[in-house]
Design a binder for this molecule. Structure first.
Ligand SMILES: C[S@@+](CC[C@H](N)C(=O)[O-])C[C@H]1O[C@@H](n2cnc3c(N)ncnc32)[C@H](O)[C@@H]1O
Length: 275
């Protein structure tokens, strides 16, 4: 079985400046875009590629909310799983199965959070056999994820960035996953299009989140969440976010209508013409 422990410097070479997508060079503790004359820091091995000054208002509110939720996030998820009689774990397992990650694949997980999906991904394919790149807007969530990765002895690159502007070149990833954040983004369709842009030809993209009903009935009423999500329209339809140049589109509601899985593949034909 091939293993994919990509050396750290090669992992960093996957990164691009989110502003102009130019390559970045490692210089001491910083990533430098010579062409664009911009420089990004690395905080405890996590490149900080988020343009904080230009975050949309909704993204900024959500980032703040997850910043203070990060330490208790796993406990809340465990309680939610108990109340749902194991439904959340079943869904995480089902997503991991659908991804069908192969040894040697490079997986991008946008909005990885604290890494709660990692054990279920590992059940399908040992984490050491594929390359994981985990991205999130909230540093505090990434720090929790970093602890989990250390416990699992997994080789991964974590990046702080906005999923609406991915810091990677076109056609980088074999498999792409997003769970649980997109409904609350400023520009969800842009985030889906970005996933398609950085996908290799034929790569599977899976986006999972809760349905508008849950946003309305739980998030907009919850005491800890209602402030951050009060302006979200609950009339959204994830099918309208499907980008051009993709195929095999499938939308299915799961968890008795509380969640959805949206899957599609980067179109092979268009991508092969481009490359
Ligand atoms: C409900 S949590 C889901 C975390 C994880 N995927 C899980 O299933 O446990 C949503 C995550 O989306 C992240 N997020 C919110 N807006 C984002 C954005 N614009 N770009 C990237 N991540 C974002 C939050 O920081 C948070 O970690």
């Amino acid at each position: 079985m091939p293993t994919t422990a990509i050396p750290p410097d090669q992992l960093l070479s996957l990164l691009r400046d989110p502003v102009d997508l130019n390559p970045l060079e490692l210089e001491g503790d910083a990533l430098v875009n010579r062409a664009g004359a911009r420089c990004y820091t690395i905080a405890d091995s996590i490149p900080v590629l988020v343009d904080q000054a230009n975050l949309g208002p909704q993204n900024a509110r959500i980032q703040k909310m997850y910043g203070w939720m990060a330490k208790g996030f796993d406990m809340v998820d465990r309680v939610g799983n108990l109340f749902s009689r194991g439904a959340i774990i079943k869904l995480r397992r089902l997503m991991a199965q659908k991804l069908a990650i192969k040894p040697g694949d490079c997986l991008l997980y946008t909005s990885i959070g604290t890494g709660l999906d990692l054990p279920y991904l590992a059940e399908q394919t040992p984490l050491k056999q594929f390359q994981l790149v985990g991205l999130d807007l909230t540093m505090e969530m990434l720090r929790q994820c970093q602890k989990k990765l250390a416990e699992l002895c997994a080789n991964a690159l974590l990046v702080q960035a906005n999923a609406e502007r991915l810091p990677f070149a076109d056609g980088t990833f074999d498999v792409l996953l997003h769970v649980g954040g997109i409904n609350l983004f400023d520009h969800p369709a842009q985030a889906a299009a970005e996933m398609a842009r950085v996908a290799k030809p034929g790569a599977l993209i899976l986006i999972a989140d809760e349905t508008p009903k849950v946003v309305k009935e739980s998030y907009q009423k919850g005491i800890f969440t209602r402030r951050a999500v009060k302006d979200i329209s609950t009339k959204f339809d994830p099918r309208t976010w499907v980008p051009a140049d993709v195929c095999d589109v499938n939308y299915e509601e799961v968890w008795r209508g509380k969640g959805y899985f949206l899957t599609f593949r980067r179109n092979r034909f268009v991508r092969e013409q481009e490359t």
